[in-house]
Ligand binder design. Structure first.
Ligand code: AMP
Length: 388
């Protein structure tokens, strides 16, 4: 067992987006130094890092130089190439390790891992050729979703197939890439469990979050989820099993569907802090970013308990800037609303610019209040509001 990496040490982060920024801010609160590595200069994490390496992830000399200067390496996105984590691991522990990344950065490997270990998913089959597509349609049927095996997030690289006749064109649009065809889940609800595990095997999950998406992008997260304590306990146990099987050191998020028959199905794993976990910044005793720092540094995990009976998080996408900069005084006119912005200069459609959190006494009130506040502030900005 390795010794803890104490405050004062340097944490290296691969990636410099908002997740890296919020990990860095939490790490700073605990007295750590931060080095970031990213191909992009001046990205959200840069202004809160002590040191910035700007180079390609495949520039392995620079990666080694970076890893030599830090005490532990972590990452804020799962698509870091394996050669990069291997080069970094020559000089500093990479947490979670390259094997966790290898499994979770490819849908086929991830789904095979889940299947081999009896974690429940919707039926799926590997598809690359038209003949494999026909076999998958015969076995699984339609509707379904065809997803690229590599590098998909926020609904990118996936096509919903309503009727079998639509499937060949969808497969052709992927130009011979390896894909996964999976049965469409007519879900009751989407959930996520953000959890952490240390090298010593300590495990802690945050309360189960309920997530609502708009256009495949997370829109609103609510805690506690509207599920029974029994189902919440099942979701936590399933998550514990996944982190243990993968021997994760750090935070990993399990995205789940609740099917109409009440079964839990794993949709996806993210070997990192998660957008839904942003709610923990104002809803929990320890936030997901601090938990990530504690886990990768070998410190005891913090309490994941709630600060309030309920809380909601609403994402702020670049679309909201369509008519110019928002009126921040109006955003903050509700004294309970906490605003988190990522320091991105340019607001583009679908770009995550920040989020708002609100804690309160019950689910319905916090969701209604935060959505009304977002609507009021950004009225007319072309926001697509969710039903329900
Ligand atoms: P993913 O990129 O796989 O996380 O998918 C993004 C979102 O698309 C999910 O959060 C769901 O809202 C939806 N989705 C993905 N796969 C399915 C499926 N098999 N059945 C129903 N909805 C899905």
């Amino acid at each position: 067992m390795t010794r803890p990496i104490p405050p004062g040490s340097t944490i290296g982060i691969l990636g410099s987006g908002q997740l890296g920024r919020m990990i860095a801010l939490a790490a700073r609160n605990l007295g750590y130094r931060i080095a970031i590595f990213s191909p992009e200069a001046d990205a959200p994490a840069a202004s809160v890092a002590d040191e910035e390496f700007v180079a390609d992830y495949l520039d392995l000399d620079r990666i080694r130089e970076f890893a030599r200067q830090v005490d532990v390496v972590t990452f804020e996105f799962e698509n870091v190439p394996s050669v990069t984590t291997r080069a970094a691991a020559e000089f500093a522990p990479v947490r979670p390790d390259g094997q966790v990344l290898h499994v979770t950065q490819n849908r086929l490997r991830e789904k095979s891992f889940l299947k081999e270990n009896s974690f429940p998913t919707t039926p799926w089959m590997r598809v690359q050729q038209p003949s494999e597509l026909q076999a998958a349609l015969a076995q699984i049927g339609a509707p379904g979703v065809l997803k690229t095996a590599d590098f998909g997030y926020d609904g990118k690289g996936q096509v919903k197939i309503q009727r079998a006749e639509e499937a060949p064109a969808a497969l052709a649009s992927f130009n011979g890439q390896e894909t996964v065809y999976e049965g469409f889940v007519d879900f009751e609800m989407e959930l996520s469990v953000v959890a952490a595990r240390t090298e010593a095997g300590e495990f802690k999950a945050f309360p189960v979050f309920e997530n609502r998406h708009a256009h495949h992008i997370l829109d609103v997260t609510v805690v506690p989820a509207g599920i029974s304590p029994k189902l919440a306990a099942q979701a936590e146990e399933l998550t514990r099993g996944i982190l243990e099987k993968l021997q994760v050191v750090g935070v990993l998020t399990v995205e789940l569907f609740v099917a109409r028959d009440g079964r839990l199905l794993v949709n996806e794993l993210a070997p990192r802090v998660h957008n839904s976990g942003h709610i923990t910044m104002d809803a929990c005793i320890t936030c997901q970013f601090e938990q990530q720092v504690r886990a990768i540094c070998g410190l005891p995990l913090g309490s994941t308990g709630l600060n309030a009976p309920a809380a909601a998080m609403a994402n702020l996408l670049g679309d909201l800037w369509a008519k110019g900069a928002p009126n921040w005084s109006a955003v903050l006119s509700d004294p309970g609303v906490k605003l988190h912005l990522y320091g991105k200069a340019e607001a583009r459609r679908g770009r995550k610019m920040g989020h708002m959190n609100l804690a309160g006494t019950d689910r319905e009130t916090v969701v209604r209040t935060i959505l009304a506040q977002r609507e009021r502030v950004f009225a007319g900005a072309g926001v697509v509001q969710l039903a329900g």
